[in-house]
Ligand binder design. Structure first.
Ligand code: PLP
Length: 477
């Protein structure tokens, strides 16, 4: 493909994406296919000779699209949003133009990331110590691929710090033995990525019971740590969540934080979804206690109109992070190492895409106020739906709706609700996923589409029709 053809195909691709977005509502949200559907549609061997562009695009529409879940569809209400926007898509086209693992490998890539992470940190109201350009600060932000990676990297930093401290106290004891003493904590409501991070890092994880509002409380944590210390174990890391995946509950940082601080334990805050809402002053109280955190992560690729991947993370002390991750072969060294940031020391991969570009394009294109409007509209729609649920005797509302997630169920058994959700998803008209709240099967309805409107909230009408069709029994109030 030469420059001229690239211009032509590029315009066609932009048209394809715009047509896709404009006509998305006409497609099924979820595909009507079985695993292995593509096996017979794509040749088993790669082509020896070049194919035509038209041929590839034709197959895209005929073979690939029927196997897609349309995350931007107005009736996609599953998981959390996979935010997207045209400025982000366009900026993302540029992000592969360079590889920015060190300052020298791409100075703009490094410096824009530092600056934009400071912007975003200020937008959500992180304490100054997390920003790079605050006087005397040793903190700063970095973009990782996913929230799971942010949690893992935080845990690795905490683990390195804890082992170092233990080694000073017990210089003759093997690191492996010290490692076996370490204990990490999270709530039962934490995302499974915490369990995975502990598994990868070979540390024990104690999963604690949240309170009746699905929040981890300080007293629960303290009691667990005291018990573990009495057994000779060493608490070193607590992963809390602001905006849990199942029901968008919030751990009590204001209680958990002082417990961690008193015990010199690393407090991580995972706010993959909800963190985006903190750009609105009215939601900032939800991060009460953030001043106790050592590290914090949120995903602009969930709820800030930035497409995947873009998971942002901040640390209070960048040296505590990099101490766990630095390796420094000659071929990666450069003359400005002392004066600059090398993000290769802040995460697991070496090579990194220029992801701050899309964040920069989006923040500039919408302005902070435009992004606040988008978040507020989603919250308004979620509240509107929850009011409807509460007013309808067939349903019960299961969570405190603080942001864009509503957990609800039909009054009746878990099996009844499971059947309702299966029917809804099989119809291809709506897509939602379930969650378990204290072993009760609930349906999660999340406002996801960029330009979601009230008319997109079809769920109640839909459930009623299905119930009538299925003649499912209902327990009325
Ligand atoms: N943490 C929370 C609170 C989440 O809700 C999620 C996913 O929804 C994750 C972590 C994992 O996110 P990622 O896919 O970016 O690893």
């Amino acid at each position: 493909m030469d420059h001229a053809e690239f211009r032509q195909r590029g315009r066609q691709m932009v048209d394809y994406i715009a047509d896709y977005m404009e006509s998305l509502h006409l497609r099924r949200v979820t595909p009507d296919i079985e695993p292995g559907y593509l096996r017979d549609l794509i040749p088993y061997d790669p082509p020896e000779d070049s194919d035509t562009w038209e041929g590839i695009m034709k197959d895209l529409e005929k073979k690939i699209m029927p196997g897609m879940v349309h995350w931007q569809h107005p009736q996609f209400h599953a998981y959390f949003p996979a935010g997207n926007s045209y400025p982000s898509i366009l900026a993302d086209m540029l992000s592969g133009l360079c590889v920015g693992f060190s300052w020298a490998a791409s100075p703009a890539c490094t410096e824009l990331e530092t600056i934009v992470l400071d912007w975003l940190g200020k937008m959500i109201g992180l304490p100054d110590q997390f920003l790079s350009f605050t006087e005397n600060s040793v903190g700063g932000g970095v973009i990782q691929t996913s929230a799971s990676e942010c949690v893992l990297v935080s845990l690795l930093a905490a683990r390195a710090q804890a082992i170092r401290k233990l080694k000073q106290q017990h210089p003759t004891v093997e690191e492996g033995v010290l490692l076996s003493k370490l204990m990490a904590y999270c709530s039962k409501e934490a995302h499974s990525c915490v369990e995975k991070a502990a598994m990868i890092s070979f540390v024990k994880l104690r999963i604690l019971e949240p309170d009746e509002r699905f929040s981890l409380r300080g007293a629960t944590l303290k009691e667990a740590m005291d018990e573990d210390r009495a057994l000779g174990l060493v608490p070193f890391f607590v992963s809390t969540t602001l905006g849990t995946t199942s029901c968008c509950s919030f751990d009590r940082l204001d209680e958990v934080g002082p417990v961690c601080r008193a015990a010199d334990v690393w407090l991580h805050v995972d706010s993959a979804y909800a963190g985006n809402a903190f750009i609105c002053p009215e939601f900032k109280p939800l991060m009460k206690g953030i001043e106790y955190a050592m590290s914090f992560n949120m995903n602009p690729n969930k709820w800030m109109l930035v497409n995947f991947d873009c998971s942002t993370m901040w640390v209070r002390d960048r040296f505590k992070l990099t101490q766990a991750l630095v390796v420094d072969p000659l071929y990666l060294q450069h003359n400005y190492s002392d004066k600059s940031i090398d993000y290769r020391h802040w995460g697991i991969p070496l090579s990194r895409r220029f992801r701050s570009l899309k964040l920069w394009f989006v923040i500039r294109s919408y302005g902070v106020e435009g992004l606040r409007r988008y978040i507020r509209e989603h919250v308004r729609l979620a509240k509107r739906f929850s009011t409807f649920v509460e007013a309808n005797h067939k349903f019960e509302l299961m969570n405190e709706v603080k942001l864009g997630l509503v957990c609800f169920r039909l009054r009746g058994t878990n099996a009844l609700n499971q059947k309702l959700l299966t029917n809804i998803n099989a119809s291809g008209k709506l897509h939602m996923v379930p969650a378990s709240m204290n072993d009760v099967f609930v349906i999660r309805f999340c406002v996801c589409a960029q330009n979601a409107t009230e008319k997109d909230i079809l769920i109640v009408k839909f459930a009623e029709d299905l119930l009538a069709e299925e003649k499912l029994p209902l327990e009325n109030k």
